[in-house]
Design a binder for this molecule. Structure first.
Ligand code: PLP
Length: 400
């Protein structure tokens, strides 16, 4: 019998690791590899945020804090929810954790019993199904394909709900597709959820601030106030404030769930880093003007990448509303053969051959639960993106 736990055996090794390991190996061997796998902005953390962290150190704010967040930060988070989303929360309804990831994990650990089902739209952020499995639950995958702009339909959501459904995880704009739900599209989903009062909603709003053009972000508890009592609205500073390494995420929702999340955190990591919490307070309350500036850069890159990928034979790339990803389909490449003699049987074969033959690292769609696609992160320089997309065009044109 294995020394390792049965719980661990439920979790699959990350399918993205194969591609990233391979890219690292090729780079180490001196090959010219362009990575389009980054899940973080390539911008630096704003100076005012860095200054707030330095000031916190100098003031001696280097000790334990309240387990689930500084009162000052919780107050700022309540103000953020009111100003941005029209949602009223008290500090007792707010939890601060070590990144958005820990917040979601705490919530699942605090609420799932064996056999409980969690509905996850696909394509999904890779961690959702495995976090559900680690917490003892059962992921129920609902596909939102390219024909619906990578959004699930109300009918598909309704069909997936059973008496065992505990949570519906909602992520807009999405990792890996960048797809965002408009108010009306989200209302169609919340109408379904209103008919099933036992289902709770975990809204992962991590990419709220990264939206482009005239798309307007909205979140379930805002669109349907009737869901307020069973919605956990999750967010964080990682993406909007270029603070992925600082590890601060937060959620607001029913006090009972928030308290339970704090209990898990108190017996695992305790408070998130005190210095990072003061930095996050500055991020949320300080100047916000760099966000539209960063977004203008992201939008320019998105438009360039979408245009260049659509010019590649066999690729179809929708224009996403937000985040910094695109999720093109390679349906038109399936069945073809590369100059290196590799048959493109699926998106993993495509991504592996693209890396080996053209030195471009992307993550294949099967990792996110929807094929045949791949994910491109455009959180890298214009030069890198242009060069990588040119290589993808050449690669696709060379398939026979
Ligand atoms: C959809 C989504 N949710 C949550 C997270 C986690 O963010 P954090 O770095 O704050 O843990 C990520 C990070 O990639 C993400 O893409």
């Amino acid at each position: 019998m294995s020394f390792l736990s049965a719980t661990l055996a439920r979790v699959k090794p990350s399918p993205t690791i194969a591609v990233t390991t391979k890219a690292r190996e090729l780079k180490a061997a001196g090959k010219d590899v362009i990575g389009l796998g980054a899940g973080e902005p390539d911008f630096d953390t704003p100076d005012n945020v860095k200054a707030a962290a330095k000031a916190a150190i100098d003031r001696g704010e280097t000790k334990y804090t309240a387990v689930d967040g500084l009162p000052e930060l919780k107050k700022a988070i309540c103000e953020k929810f009111k100003a941005d989303n029209g949602l009223d929360y008290t500090p007792a309804q707010v939890s601060v954790g070590t990144g958005g990831k820990q917040i979601l994990y705490n919530a699942l650990m605090a609420t799932l019993n064996p056999g409980d089902e969690v509905i996850i739209p696909a394509p999904y952020w890779v961690s959702y199904p495995d976090m559900v499995l680690l917490a003892g639950g059962e992921p129920v995958i609902v596909e939102g394909g390219i024909e619906t702009g990578f959004r699930i339909t109300p009918e598909a959501l309704e069909a997936a709900i059973t008496p065992k459904t505990k949570w519906f995880i909602f992520n807009s704009p999405s990792n890996p597709t960048g797809a965002g739900y408009t108010w009306d599209q989200l209302k169609a989903l919340t109408d379904v959820l209103m008919r099933h009062p036992h289902v709770h909603i975990m809204s992962d709003d991590m990419y709220e601030k990264l939206t482009y053009g005239d798309f307007e972000f909205c979140t379930p508890a805002q669109v349907e106030p009737g869901l307020y009592d069973r919605t956990l609205t999750c967010n964080g500073v990682s993406k909007a404030y270029a603070m992925t390494g600082w590890r601060i995420g937060y959620a607001a929702g029913p006090a009972e769930i928030i308290k339970a999340m704090g209990k898990i955190q108190s017996q695992s990591t305790s408070n998130p880093c005190s210095i990072a919490q003061w930095a996050a307070l500055e991020a949320l309350t300080g100047p916000q003007d760099f966000i539209p500036e960063n977004n203008a850069t992201f939008q320019r890159r998105r438009d360039m990448v979408v245009e260049m990928l659509n010019a590649a034979p066999g690729i179809t790339c929708p224009v996403p509303e937000g985040a910094f990803y695109v999720y093109p389909s390679i349906a038109g490449c399936i069945g073809k053969t590369t100059p290196g003699g590799v048959k493109i049987t699926d998106d993993e074969a495509f991504a592996t051959a693209l890396l080996e033959e053209k030195g471009v690292a992307v993550v294949f769609g099967a990792a996110f639960g929807l094929s045949p696609n791949f994910r491109v992160s455009y959180a890298t320089s214009d030069e890198n993106l242009k060069a990588a997309c040119t290589r993808i065009q050449d690669f696709c044109a060379s398939l026979t």
